[in-house]
Design a protein around this ligand. Structure first.
Ligand SMILES: C[S@@+](CC[C@H](N)C(=O)[O-])C[C@H]1O[C@@H](n2cnc3c(N)ncnc32)[C@H](O)[C@@H]1O
Length: 252
């Protein structure tokens, strides 16, 4: 995420691994013909298209004009809407709500889960995967340390939410969703090419380097990359220390 928001071009060029890993989450969802399914935070639309390919009637929703614009261009026959996942206005409309790699970006988690619960039909399922407790522990602690140095000792506040299974299950239950499955697992994620880590930081963590003097963000980025190299650069190149939380819950 850069200051101007999500960058669809960089996302599609360098971060296709997000939806490629998400294909497993679509299989877990197991969409059926004619089901009405909401893809929450659909990005550039690749997983919405996979859900549609199963014969389901999918609606892709995303808060970024850039991402939704690209999704519409990629898949003109599918329906996409620009909206905030924390302000859903649907009532008993969907057989399933699906979400991949989105929910850790939204700090108002109660608003999201409340809206999802209202949007589902009774018996409908919520199937989601996102960053869970301990996600990018090495990456983020290093970014915070380098960023703090450039920001006079104090890194900018975190903008992500990485819950544990217990914490998220309690939240789902508070909103009338019965938790059938919750899993927290490490998923070391390869980043493409020699610039893979720098591209990842530019896309997902650039806010740690905003507000600095001209030239400083790139200087801080170079320093960060060298600090990360001994930790997250292996024989096959760069990787990120992702840990995912995958849940399946049903509206009672
Ligand atoms: C890493 S991308 C994942 C996109 C897609 N689900 C995929 O698997 O390729 C995260 C997406 O979450 C969206 N997003 C972040 N906050 C959001 C919010 N409050 N409401 C809706 N979408 C949001 C971003 O715009 C971005 O498209």
């Amino acid at each position: 995420m850069k200051s101007k928001g999500w960058d669809a071009e960089l996302y599609e060029a360098r971060h296709g691994f997000v939806w490629r890993f998400g294909e497993g989450v679509v299989e877990f969802l197991n969409p059926q013909p004619d089901e009405r399914i909401l893809d929450l935070g659909c990005g550039t639309g690749q997983l919405a298209a996979k859900i549609a390919a199963a014969g389901a009637n999918v609606l892709g929703l995303d808060a970024s004009p850039d991402m939704i614009g690209q999704a519409r261009q990629n898949f003109p026959k599918l329906r996409f809407v620009l909206a905030d996942a924390a302000k859903l206005e649907y009532e008993n409309e969907f057989d399933a709500v699906f979400s991949n790699a989105v929910l850790h970006w939204i700090l108002d988690r109660a608003a999201v889960v409340g809206g999802v619960a209202r949007a589902l039909k009774p018996g409908g399922r919520f199937v989601a995967e996102f960053g869970g407790k301990g996600n990018i522990r090495i990456l983020e602690s290093t970014i915070e340390r380098v960023s703090a140095k450039y920001h006079g000792g104090q890194a900018p506040a975190k903008r992500t939410y990485y819950p544990s299974v217990g914490e998220y299950a309690a939240l789902l239950e508070q909103h009338g969703l019965e938790v059938r499955s919750g899993q927290l697992f490490d998923r070391r994620t390869p980043l493409e090419g020699e610039d893979g880590m720098a591209d990842w930081v530019r896309q997902f963590k650039w806010y740690y380097f905003e507000g600095l003097r001209p030239g400083q963000p790139e200087e801080a980025l170079n320093e960060l990359i060298e600090e990360l190299r001994p930790k997250l650069y292996g024989p096959n190149g760069w990787f990120a220390d992702y840990r995912r939380l995958r849940v399946w819950a049903v509206k009672l």
